[in-house]
Design a protein around this ligand. Sequence first.
Ligand code: PMT
Length: 405
Amino acid sequence: MDPRRIVVAVSGGIAAYKAPELVRVLTGAGHLVRCVLTREAPRFVSPLVLETLSQQPAGDDLFDSRSGEIDHIAVADWAELIIVAPTTANLIAKLAHGITDDLVTAVILATRAPVLIAPAMNVNMWEDEITQRNLALLRDRGFETVGPDAGELACGWQGEGRMSDPGVIAEAAYRVLTAPSLHGQRVIVTAGGTSEPIDAVRSITNRSSGKMGFAIAAEAARRGATVVLVAGETPLATPTGVERVAVSSALQMHEVVLRELASAQVVIKAAAVADFRPRQTSERKIKKEDLGPDAGLQIDLVRNPDILADVCREVKQTGGRQVVVGFAAESHDVIPAAQRKLERKGCDLIVANDVSRTDAGFNVDENAVSFIWPEGEIEELALLPKARVAAELLDRVEKLLGENA
Ligand code: PMT
C-alpha cells in the first residue's frame, strides 16, 4: 500500500502499552503517523515514546497552542484514517454522544476520515448493555471496529476485552483504507508446498513457505473478496477474513480446488505442487534394518494430477468465465520456460519467478516476478515485498475480470 497519513489516538487503559508497537508496525510499513492522547493516556504510555517512534509531536492537550503543532482541526484534516487503540468504555461513550472535552474526542468529531476503534476493557464493562448500545451507535455512524479478543485480562478476569494485537489492528486498518474492488468475487488461492507421504514419518515436499500465496489471499480479502485459501502445511497465520482449507498432498489440493471451482470467479495457483508422489505409502516407518546393511531405498514415483491444467480444462469445457492465474517457479531460462507453461496449461496469466535467487522466490519476504501474457507481452517487476507483488497481481486480475464481464 502507498504511504498513508494515519492518526493513532490512544486512550487511558492498560492496553495503551501496545500503542507504541502499533505505531512501529505502521511506520515500518512506510505510513506517516501522528499520535494524539486522551488526558489519562500518559499515565499508561509516555508521549515521548510515541513521538520518537512516529517522529511527530504527540499531544494530549486540546488547548496547547505553544507551537500550533497540535491543533485538533489540522490533525483531523490531515488524517486519512484514525485508529483509536486502545478505546476504553469511557471513550466509546463519549464518542457515541458527541462529547468533545479533550484532544482525542475533538479530533475524531472533526475528522472526515474513517475511524477504526480497537476496544479494550474489563469483560463486564465490555458486555454491559450501555457499552454495547454506545458501540451500536458508533457502528451506525460508520465507525469500524477490530476486536476485542477473548483471553486473560489485565484485571485478572477471563473473557472478551483484550485489545487486538498491533499486527491485527494494522491489517484491519489496511482493509478500511483499501477500496472494496473485489467485493462480490470469490477467489481461490493455493499456497505452500504439498507433502507426499513415503511412510509414517517421511514425505517428499519442497521449500515453499506459503508466504506468496498468503499475501495474495490477504490482499484479496482487503479488497473485499470472499477468499478460500487452500494451503499446504505451513505455520503461517490465516489472514484476517480468509477461509483456510488445510491440505497436505497434491491429491487433496486437487480435490478441494476442483470442488470449489464452480462457485469461484478467480483461481490463483501460487502453491508449489509436487509433480510426483510415491506409488506406495507405508503406514509404518520404513526401518533401515529391514532393508539390509547397506541397501538404499528405491521409491517408485507416479505423476500427480496437474491441478492448474485441470482447472483450465474444466473452465473451458463448462464455458466458465473464471480468471485463472498460474505461477511458474523456474531456476533457469525463466521467461521461455514460463511462456511454454502458459501455453501448455492454458491459463489467463502466468507469474514467473526465478527460484534460483536467494533474495526472491521461496521462503523470503520479497519476490521478483514477471507477468507473462498469452499475447506475448511480458511485464517485469522489480524486487518487491510479496504484499506488493500480490497487489500488482490483483490489479491485473481485476482488469481481466472486467474484460470477462
Ligand atoms: O511459498 P513461498 O515460500 O512464498 O514461495 C513462493 C513460490 C516460489 C512457491 C511461488 O512464487 C511460486 O512460484 N509458486 C508456484 C510453484 C510451482 O509449483 O511452480 P511450477 O512451475 O512447478 O508449476 C506451475 C504452476 O502449475 C503453478 O501455478 C503450480 O501451482 C501449478 N501446478 C504444478 C504442478 C501440479 N501438479 N499441479 C499444479 O497445479
